[in-house]
Design a protein around this ligand. Structure first.
Ligand code: AMP
Ligand code: ZN
Length: 116
């Protein structure tokens, strides 16, 4: 299912260009256009799901798949050993700016805690 005015659905449809990191039947990963670390990419489901607030029990395999992809892809781009951060923003106060579920993977520098 896709939504016409959803930016990430448009990327998935090839209507908006992106730099691919990985793709399979359920997910697509691409570099973030405004990277917050030397390595910063996003893993998105091909199905349009607005946010974590909208996932159902049926989405559990997909979510597990996305989480397992993070270390696999981090390893491929060379940040697994040094460490990486995974983030899913949900809703307005979190700073979610695109209403299509996405898992941020960032690495390549030391990071502070707590996040801003
Ligand atoms: P969030 O703020 O958690 O919703 O994350 C949305 C992310 O999408 C931000 O880090 C943006 O830099 C990124 N982004 C926005 N437009 C694009 C685009 N056309 N290609 C790649 N990343 C994008
Ligand atoms: Zn979408």
């Amino acid at each position: 299912m896709s939504e016409n005015n959803c930016l990430f659905c448009r990327i998935l449809a090839g209507e908006v260009p992106s730099t691919k990191v990985y793709e399979d039947d359920r997910t697509y990963a691409f570099t973030d256009i405004n990277p917050q670390a030397p390595t910063h990419f996003l893993i998105v489901p091909k199905e349009h799901i607005e946010s974590l607030n909208d996932v159902t029990k049926g989405d559990e395999p997909l979510l597990g798949h996305m989480l397992r992809l993070a270390p696999k892809l981090a390893n491929q781009v060379g940040i697994a050993e040094s460490g990486f951060r995974t983030i899913i923003n949900t809703g307005e106060e979190s700073g979610q700016s695109v209403s299509h579920l996405h898992l941020h993977v960032l690495g390549g520098r030391s990071m502070a805690w707590p996040p801003g």
